[in-house]
Design a protein around this ligand. Sequence first.
Ligand SMILES: Cc1nn(C)c(C)c1CC(=O)Nc1ccccn1
Length: 329
Amino acid sequence: QTGSANTNPSDSADDEYITSVSIGTPAQVLPLDFDTGSSDLWVFSSETPKSSASGHVTYSPSKSSTAKKLSGSTWSIEYGDKSSSSGDVYTDVVTIGGFSVKTQAVESATKVSTQFVQDTVISGLVGLGFDIGNQVSPRPQKTWFSNAASSLAEPLFTADLRHQETGSYNFGFIDTSLAKGTIGYTPADGSEGYWGFTATGYSVGGAKLNRNSITGIADTGTTLLLLPDNIVDAYYNNVESAQYDDSQEGVVFDCDEDLPSFSFGVGGQTITISGDLLNLTPIEEGSSTCFGGLQSSSDIGINIFGDVALKAALVVFDLGNERLGWAQK
Ligand SMILES: Cc1nn(C)c(C)c1CC(=O)Nc1ccccn1
C-alpha cells in the first residue's frame, strides 16, 4: 500500500506547506503542517478556547463516531522558536493521501501560543519525526508514519516541496521522476527525535565543494536554512548590499541583487540551492529590501536544513534503513 498527498506553500514566502488531512467519521478535513522536526500530531479542536480557535478549522471528537478519548493522557510541546501548545488526547482514524491509520493518537489542543493563534492557515501539525520525540504523557504515542510504516509497501516517505507551486508527500514509494539527479543516501540519526544527518561540505556560487562537514536536521516544519555564522558570512560576503537587520532579526539585501547559489554535499551527491530560492521575500509588502533564506543557527545550537534547502531536492526519509536520501530537483 502507498499514500500520496499534495502540499502547497501557505503564502508568497513559502513560509509553511499545507497538506489536507482527514480525521474521524465522517471525515473532518484539516489543513496541517507536516513537520519532520517533531513527533506529535496535534490539532485545533472543539476544546481550544474559542478566542484562540477563531479563524481556524477545528476537529470535534464529539462529532466523530470513531473517536475515543485516551483517558489520562495529556501532551505539551514547545518548539525551537518558542511557540507552544498543549492539551489532551483522542484516538481516531487519520487518512493522509488515501492511506488510513485506524487508531492514530490525535492530540487535541486546549492551549495554543500566539504564533499558532495568528497562523490561521494551519490547524495543527503532523509530526513526522521519530517516535522517541513524542510528547504525550504518561504513555508516548506513535506518529502517523510510524503507525503506517509496517503496512506501507516500503517503510519510507518522500518530501517534494516546491517554490510557489504544488509539491507532494509520498508514503511507501519513491517517484524518482520527481528528481533530476541520482538519490544519494546518508545515515539518519533519529536519537533526538528528528532526522539528523551530516553534509560533507559546501560551496558558494558553484565553486568546488570544500570538506567542512555540517551536522544538522532535515526539517520540513522550519522555513529557513539555518547554518553557522562562518558559512552565513562566507555566503553574504558575495552579496554587496547584505546587512544584518536588527528588527527583522536576520540578514537582508536589495531585492534586485543577483544572489549566488549555495551547494552542499550529501550521500555522494551535490545539492545546489539556486540564488532565487535564497531570496525569500520582501521584508514588507512592496519593499525593495528582501529577507535571506539562509540565516544563522549560531544561537539555536542546531543546524536546520529547512524548507529553503528542501525545495532544491527530492528528500527520502527512509525509516526502514535509518537513512536520508537526497536528489537534486
Ligand atoms: C529549533 C529552532 N530554533 N529556532 C529559532 C527555530 C526557528 C527553530 C526551528 C523551529 O522552531 N521549528 C518549528 C517551529 C514550530 C513548529 C515546527 N517547527
